[in-house]
Design a protein. Structure first.
Lengths: 115, 114
């Protein structure tokens, strides 16, 4: 079964540094998402992306965050100047179609640790 | 704004016994409801969804869930638990308004004892 893949599995970065998290969505999927899960807390929506544009974003997704689909397969989340509170698991997801009734397929996540 | 509540941090059940993991939701309009399971060091794996129609939906690994509109609940059930069902279970909702962002509950850890 096709999977969403995320790299790296674990990223350790100094506070203030930029970090890029990478995702390869399922190949025929058109809608892409980022979520994060701070340790011991809920999974929270960050942003959705379709047709090279942000479709929705949450309050968490402020100016330090950006997303990009640099080529036909990758979908990236960039955090410009990391803070300690950015430490979390970041999950990428994708759906074939955009309806809210479509189950989102998640990757295994990237654990981001900010020192 | 929508929200999901999973009132139990942990549910313990003996292998072979039925299990229930509770979920209640709040959303404007009609809900799309989902259950996901998370095994250690893995992502969220889709189990089942309710969109419309029959209130009892069946999903992967013998799980089912019952949608109750009047109680705004979507409890996950399985008639006979397996030790391998031990994992973290998340309920999620999105509204039928075109928004796609999922709102998740806090998760319930299911522990099935042999």
């Amino acid at each position: 079964e096709p999977e969403v893949t995320q790299t790296p599995s674990h990223q350790v970065t100094q506070m203030g540094q930029e970090v890029i998290l990478r995702c390869v969505p399922i190949s025929n999927h058109l809608y892409f998402y980022w979520y994060r899960q701070i340790l011991g807390q809920k999974v929270e929506f960050l942003v959705s992306f379709y047709n090279n544009e942000i479709s929705e974003k949450s309050e968490i997704f402020d100016d330090q965050f950006s997303v990009e689909r640099p080529d036909g397969s990758n979908f990236t989340l960039k955090i410009r100047s990391t803070k300690l509170e950015d430490s979390a698991m970041y999950f990428c997801a994708s759906t074939e179609e955009g309806g809210g009734n479509q189950p989102q397929h998640f990757g295994d996540g990237t654990r981001l640790s900010i020192l | 704004a929508q929200s999901v509540a999973q009132p139990e941090d942990q549910v313990n059940v003996a292998e072979g016994n039925p299990l229930t993991v509770k979920c209640t939701y709040s959303v404007s309009g009609n809900p799309y409801l989902f259950w996901y399971v998370q095994y250690p060091n893995r992502g969220l794996q889709f189990l089942l969804k309710y969109i419309t129609g029959d209130n009892l939906v069946k999903g992967s690994y013998g799980f089912e869930a019952e949608f109750n509109k009047s109680q705004t609940s979507f409890h996950l059930k399985k008639p006979s638990a397996l030790v391998s069902d031990s994992a973290l279970y998340f309920c999620a909702v999105s509204p039928d308004t075109g928004r796609r962002a999922l709102t998740f509950g806090s998760g319930t850890r299911l522990q099935v004892q042999p």
